[in-house]
Every structure is written in C-alpha cells, then in structure tokens.
Design a protein around this ligand. Sequence first.
Ligand code: ADP
Ligand code: MG
Length: 316
Amino acid sequence: MSPEFLLISKYFNLYKTKAYKGIGDDAALIKKNDNYLWAISTDMLNEKTHFLPNTDPFNLGWKALAVNISDIYAMGGVPKFALLAIALPKVKADWMGKFSDGLFSCAKKYKVELIGGDTSRGPLSISICILGEVLKKNTLLRSNAKKEDDIWITGELGLAALGLAKLQKKIQLPKSLSKKAIRALEKPMLHSSIIKIMAKLSNSAIDISDGLIADLDHILEASKVGADISLKDIPMNPWLKKNKLIDIGLSGGDDYQLLFTAPKKNRNKINLLNNMPSIKLTRIGSIKEDKRLNIIDHKDMSYKIKKRGYDHFESK
Ligand code: ADP
Ligand code: MG
C-alpha cells in the first residue's frame, strides 16, 4: 500500500459506515431512492503542491471544479451540486474575477450548480465538495472489475505531466506541444458525453489522477484481480515515445482521463463511441485472475517502470 493510503487506512478509515459505500472509491455513495444513489466527493488544490504560484486564475477555477466532477464521472454518475471552500492570502479583484469566471465556465459546461462553501484568509487553497447522482444499477465501483474485462482509457496520457515538467523547466519541448501540454495540465477537459453509456457498458472505473499504473492498481487491489496491459496500445503523445519517456505516460499524474473495465461482449459497442466528436477510447489490455499487473512491451517481454505514480507522502 502507498504511504498516502496507509495514512488514510491507519487514521481515517476506522469505522463501519451506514453509507451505501464509504471510503475507498472515487466518491462515497448514499442511498437516494430505490433506483438512485447520491455520489459525494471532495478534492483539494493547494498552491505549490497541486499548482505553481502564478497559475492562471481562470484555469485554476476551472480545474478546481473539473477534478471533482471527474470523481463523479468515475462512479458512472452525473454531477449536480458543489460547495467551494477557499482560503486566500489576499484579495485581488482582477484575480478573483478570473477565478470566478473559470469556475463558472466549468460549472456551466458540465451542468453543476454552486450551492455553498466557506471563504477565509490563509495560504491559497481551494477545496470543492461535489454531489452527483448515479443510477444504482450502473454504478462503477473500483471493486467490480471482472476477470476477462477489457481495459479502456479515454484520451491520451502523459500530457499534463509533460506540462508540469515544462513549467518546472525540467524539460525542453517543441512550442506547439508545450502549449498543448500546459493546457492539459491547467485546464483538463472531461468526457461528459460518454458517461451514461459507459456506465451501462462497464463494470468498474477510476479517474486517472495519480498516473495510469497507480490508479489501475487501485482497481486491481479493490477487485482482487490482475491485468495485462500492452505498452504499444497505451495512447500517449508520439513525442513521449520518440524521446523514450514512456514512463511519463505510465505514471505521470493530473491527466484526468478515465479508465473503465468492461465485458468483452461490449467491445464493439464501445468502439462505436469513437465515432463521436472528440471522443477517443482505447483498449489497452484485459483483467486477469492472477493478481499481478503485467506491462507487456513490443517484444512480448515484461516492462518494468521505475515509479508507479504520484503519492503525496512518498519519501523523496
Ligand atoms: P481520488 O484520487 O479519487 O480523489 P484518493 O486516492 O484521494 O481518491 O482517496 C482514496 C479514498 O480515500 C477515497 O475514497 C477518499 O474519499 C478517501 N480519503 C482520502 N482522504 C481521506 C480522509 N482524510 N478521511 C477520510 N477518507 C479519506
Ligand atoms: Mg478519483
């Protein structure tokens, strides 16, 4: 178990809950009525930990809400309401205006209403709590991946981590890629149009916030299964492959793509979703009974990555 998860399990995950689902998934679930559950989740963005000082305030407002919406989508749900807790070191009208515009442009795009929150002085920190609705029979639990399920992911991996490396001056990038990568980091776009249908066609899901391998591991652990994934099938920007930086695609954080596992029999239906505008769903492997995660390279050999994903409490 990772240090972050050890902390949660040792100090917070201590008691049984009356909720339908408590700690351990992208969102907790509470019974709403016979057919629907409420999904509730919270995610925090802290300056210097989650974003660099001087990040564009519009993008920050967008991202603070988007990362929360992403957790509701990862349950197969529809986001509805949000609460915003914000600590500000000082109030600058220009910054506030742009932050608010970014927040509400995300809220409008993904149909979320801000219904409460808390505002105080302190080091810049933004925490949103989000509430969404899930059709009970289509709920996507991390613990429900089944043997032989196909593993699907949306979009392309590694761009956001590349954007961060660029902003931290750790890497040189071609200009157009640099712009694209920083945009992926600062303004993640979500896949609202496929959630309902993927919830119907899939068994489990997670959003890729800490890196593909780390987040797939959460599904495997919760479902007590393993997986084979094929390196050549993992969608990454060609620049990463060309420069032998595939580990950035495998373990880089902040992409907010979604990973689904779905029965083989739904393969054609899922493939058809690729005809929708700006949707890219790629099958990267399958779930196995044997509890290991095998990354298979182009020579059919097992590929070893150095770092599995981002962890807030890993010793450096
Ligand atoms: P995600 O990446 O989807 O936001 P995390 O990996 O941060 O999820 O958290 C894993 C699980 O642990 C989630 O179910 C989350 O709600 C729970 N969790 C995280 N921190 C705490 C905490 N301080 N108290 C209780 N539960 C927590
Ligand atoms: Mg999540």
